[in-house]
Design a protein around this ligand. Structure first.
Ligand SMILES: *Cc1c(COP(=O)(O)O)cnc(C)c1O
Length: 475
């Protein structure tokens, strides 16, 4: 008898395994990202088996409207034939070759060229990686290398913001400003410091949004002066903080950040992993918010999530120094410029162009979502409704019907999670960040589908309100 034979039946096709069977195998073997496994095992994971356009289906055949684009990434929606064909063709012709040893593959060259075309004018070069986290690791190494080449090796410090999300590797989690992540594993690593986020609702009491934007930007100036400008390498930020809860800064914020960085010679890094590729109604978020970064991290929407890919757009100011004075930059990943990922990236960007999705967000569905969200602001549970392009946030508050404003719920009540549970059951995916309910639907969404989505969201808000009433949690 050989040891590699088992008496258990071989795994069958999807139809032959029950949802429960999948769930127990999942609980036994698959460690999920950012997940409490005991809680998950008790409930069982929802098994997603197929998708089309903006809809998902689970293993029990339930249809769900995916208002989160997977994880902020499926910008062109599910089931796009041209991306599937591009991957298939490339897998058959050349599934892999590296770009280390004086070689290149054609999809990587083509994607680099196309990225330069759609990026702001200061960008003509790209460094590829496999994810947003890797992109931000590259950023840390690249800005430090840049200052080193220029004879300022002490310019090491990178300034970021509380409640930012820049990924989950050592550098990514350190750049990020998530206290729960810093608490696990002794982060941040040295040379990364944080200022407060530009969240008007939390920190701007008594100020207009525009006044607050300037105040929040000057926290950066204060920190640069405190550290000594000659020690500060770069400032990094998401144009709109995504995972932090869709925190949309006042219009005055980013131009003032740019002015400050220019004044002190500090590099500006825009983490475009969520905001890039049309999400805000421009190709990149920095264009919507009026600033001119030296580096842009990208991932997610570059392939609409069909295959993993990320990287960094490198501004000419930095590229020139690295190339002309730096010699070899001792950094790279096996999958830098992966031909299959890059082929999908090319097909994805071409499709965004063909479908006119950036204009679609800017002129049509972005303003329409803003209009429909303004109506949701009247719901008794909603204290604030905000959108930027196709990102939206609803802040759930207590007692609004009494004073018109409401107050925050006790976080221990987990009201956001309660609402998310209703969404899950009613067939719409929203994410809860505390009591902030956020969405980022695929850019292909139509006005009629926005109506469908908003009706589902309203229904879930009503169900949550009824729940809170029944539990006696409303004041
Ligand atoms: C998702 C995300 C990242 C990390 O990307 P991964 O591909 O998960 O490593 C970085 N920055 C931002 C703004 C993100 O939203």
């Amino acid at each position: 008898m050989t040891t590699n034979q088992s008496t258990a039946p071989a795994p069958g096709p999807i139809a032959q395994r029950s949802t429960q069977d999948w769930q127990s195998a999942d609980a036994a073997h698959f460690l999920h990202p950012f997940t409490d496994h005991q809680g998950l095992a008790a409930r069982g994971a929802r098994i997603i088996t197929r998708a089309d356009n903006i809809y998902l289906w689970d293993s029990d055949g339930h249809k769900v409207l995916d208002a989160m684009s997977g994880l902020w990434c499926v910008n062109v929606g599910y089931g796009q034939r041209s991306l599937v064909d591009a991957a298939t063709r490339q897998l058959q012709q050349l599934p892999f070759y590296n770009a280390f040893f004086q070689t290149a593959t054609t999809p990587a060259i083509e994607l680099a060229e196309l990225l330069a075309e759609v990026s702001p004018p200061q960008f003509s070069r790209v460094f590829f990686g496999g994810s947003g986290s890797e992109g931000n690791d590259t950023v840390v190494r690249m800005v430090r290398r840049y200052w080193d080449i220029l004879g300022q090796p002490q310019r090491q410090v990178i300034i970021s913001r509380r409640n930012a999300y820049h990924g989950s590797t050592m550098a990514g989690a350190s750049l990020g400003g998530m206290s729960g992540m810093h608490a696990q594993g002794g982060l941040p690593i040295p040379g990364i410091v944080h200022i407060e986020q530009p969240c008007w609702r939390e920190l701007g009491q008594g100020m207009s949004k525009d006044e607050f934007g300037l105040v929040a930007a000057r926290w950066l100036e204060d920190r640069i002066l405190e550290l000594g400008a000659h020690n500060v390498a770069a400032f990094i930020g998401e144009p709109v903080q995504g995972a932090g809860g869709v925190i949309i800064p006042p219009a005055t914020y980013w131009p003032e950040i740019q002015r400050i960085c220019d004044q002190y010679g500090v590099l500006v890094v825009s983490d475009e992993v969520i905001c890039g590729f049309g999400r805000t109604g421009a190709w990149f978020g920095c264009e919507t918010f009026g600033f001119r970064p030296d580096l842009m991290t990208f991932a997610k929407g570059v392939t609409s999530g069909y295959v993993p890919l990320g990287g960094v757009m490198v501004g000419d100011r930095i590229a020139r120094v690295l190339i002309e004075q730096g010699g070899e930059f001792a950094h790279g990943y096996t999958y830098s410029g992966h031909p299959v990922a890059c082929a999908v990236g090319v097909a994805n960007i071409r499709l965004i162009q063909q479908l006119g999705l950036v204009q679609h967000v800017h002129d049509d569905v972005g303003p329409y979502l803003a209009q429909r969200y303004a109506e949701l602001a009247g719901h008794p549970l909603v204290g604030q409704a905000e959108t930027c392009g196709l990102m939206g946030a609803l802040q759930l508050v207590n007692g609004k019907s009494r004073d018109g404003l409401g107050t925050d719920f006790d976080p221990a009540l987990e009201v956001g999670m309660l609402c998310r549970g209703h969404c899950f059951r009613e067939g719409v995916i929203m994410r809860a960040v505390g009591d902030r309910m956020i969405i980022a639907p695929p850019l292909v969404i139509t006005r009629a589908q926005i109506d469908e989505m908003v009706a589902l969201i309203r229904r879930c808000l009503d169900l949550t309100l009824a729940d809170l009433q029944a539990r006696g949690w409303l004041s």
